[in-house]
Design a protein around this ligand. Sequence first.
Ligand SMILES: O=c1ccn([C@H]2C[C@H](O)[C@@H](COP(=O)(O)OP(=O)(O)OP(=O)(O)O)O2)c(=O)[nH]1
Ligand SMILES: [Mg+2]
Length: 149
Amino acid sequence: MSYDVQIQLIAGNEDIELPRKMSELASGFDLYAAVTEELVLHPGERQLVPTGIAIAMPGGLEAQIRPRSGLAFKHGITCLNTPGTIDADYRGEIKVLLINLGQEPFTIKRNERIAQMVFQIVPEVNLSRVDELSETVRGAGGFGHTGTK
Ligand SMILES: O=c1ccn([C@H]2C[C@H](O)[C@@H](COP(=O)(O)OP(=O)(O)OP(=O)(O)O)O2)c(=O)[nH]1
Ligand SMILES: [Mg+2]
């Protein structure tokens, strides 16, 4: 199944790379930082990083903003709200909420790849309120209820 998604480069960001899959079967389109020149993220600091793009996707899809494992592993840079949710009706600039969980300041330069965007199908769900829920073996057990082995 394929879907058409429109991308707009926000004015002033004509030099920003469009989101790109870095291999043929990659799940994610990498997103590029649209910071003015560079941005320094100090240890423990979080910042909303602009991407310079806005998108329009068909209803029934969402986009998830996920961290890049290389940045997380090498520098402790991750998305604070992972996965970030881009609603199908959102037309604003996509932003990436990065946090530095490492021990060193991390510098993000313009047009560096900072995160990835994965599209997902969102099923239509109708919620209905009831007084009793159907029974299951698990019941209310959770949070480690089944043990560790
Ligand atoms: O990492 C993210 C997460 C969200 N958004 C944008 C798109 C999304 O559609 C909108 C709202 O996101 P969300 O629903 O997660 O935030 P909220 O705190 O519930 O805000 P709102 O009340 O605007 O829905 O913000 C981003 O650009 N990046
Ligand atoms: Mg919301």
